[in-house]
Design a protein around this ligand. Structure first.
Ligand SMILES: NC(=O)c1ccc[n+]([C@@H]2O[C@H](COP(=O)([O-])OP(=O)(O)OC[C@H]3O[C@@H](n4cnc5c(N)ncnc54)[C@H](OP(=O)(O)O)[C@@H]3O)[C@@H](O)[C@H]2O)c1
Length: 265
């Protein structure tokens, strides 16, 4: 079956900008891609964490591959302009721009907080859009390259405690689909990445048992495999994501019945 994009192939000597590399899934992707010979630019707000990651990459992996760090807040236009300029000066060609940045605040209707909703939409949805405002012309000029957007299975359909987070990820799915439609004819690949539960600082505060929980290293492997094959829809772990994909095609009466019966949070 066609995977909708050309294969990304080997990571050797590929130029990759990871946004949201300072912890969790982004950090694991950086380590994995670098161990396969990719040149990296690492971004997030916490520069100290990025510098430690850079040191770890260069210590453990092939030192011939470059690692560079540039701080970036996806909510700040000026920070985006500065970082994009730096990336374009240092990488004449970008093979992959990977958006892993995101925040997660569990919320129920009884503690609805508009400010948290605003911050979540701003970071998770408008953040990647803001960066792409600067970077899409470069990809269109190149006529190739890959853009990966980390969404979540929480975007498939409404889930408990997901009042702020879920809508941002649902919108990101829709955004990736529309982006694919426009960029594929121009030779630029788009990858929609939807993880299930991954054990990272973001989920460490969850006070419920997370089904099919995987490590950030497993998540990074799944992302690398999906990219290598050119998949548009990179979702994992399949034992969990396939079930959620099935739930979203059910009539709402069955969907809500199953949620009530099996999800006790
Ligand atoms: N863990 C899961 O179970 C799970 C499941 C599905 C999807 N996801 C998604 O996977 C992505 C990574 O999450 P994670 O679990 O690895 O969490 P994490 O360890 O908290 O990582 C989040 C990353 O986003 C960065 N970030 C947050 N706000 C930012 C901003 N304004 N500007 C730039 N970078 C920002 C953080 O860096 P700084 O704080 O240094 O800026 C950090 O590097 C998120 O998009 C999340 O929604 C996670």
């Amino acid at each position: 079956m066609s995977h909708l994009n050309p294969r990304f192939g080997s990571f050797q000597n590929k130029n990759i900008w990871i946004i949201g590399a300072s912890s969790g899934i982004g950090e694991a992707c950086a380590k994995l891609f670098h161990s396969h010979g990719a040149n990296l630019i690492l971004s997030a707000r916490r520069i100290d964490a990025l510098e430690s990651l850079k040191a770890a990459c260069l210590h453990n992996n092939a030192p011939s591959s470059k690692v560079d760090v540039i701080s970036l807040d996806v909510n700040s236009e000026s920070s985006i302009q500065e970082a994009s300029k730096h990336v374009l000066e240092n990488m004449k060609h970008i093979d992959l721009l990977l958006f892993v940045s995101g925040i997660y605040e569990p919320m129920r209707a009884s503690d609805f907080d508009y400010q948290i909703v605003f911050n979540t939409v701003n970071t998770n949805l408008l953040g990647p859009m803001r960066v792409l405002g600067e970077m899409l012309p470069q990809f269109i000029r190149q006529g190739n390259g890959h853009i990966g957007l980390v969404s979540s299975v929480a975007g498939y359909s409404g889930l408990p405690k997901s009042l702020a987070y879920g809508p941002t990820k649902a919108a990101l799915i829709n955004f990736a689909e529309s982006l694919y439609y426009d960029l594929h004819p121009k030779g630029v690949s788009v990858h929609l990445i939807s993880p299930g539960f991954v054990a990272t600082p973001a989920t460490a505060r969850n006070d419920f048992a997370m089904p099919a929980l995987i490590s950030p290293e497993e998540a990074a492997l799944e992302i690398a495999r999906g990219l290598e094959r050119g998949e548009f829809d990179i979702h994992f772990p399949k034992r969990f994501t396939r079930f959620l994909k099935f739930l979203r095609i059910l009539p709402y009466s069955m969907y809500f019945w199953i949620l009530k019966k099996f999800i006790k949070i």
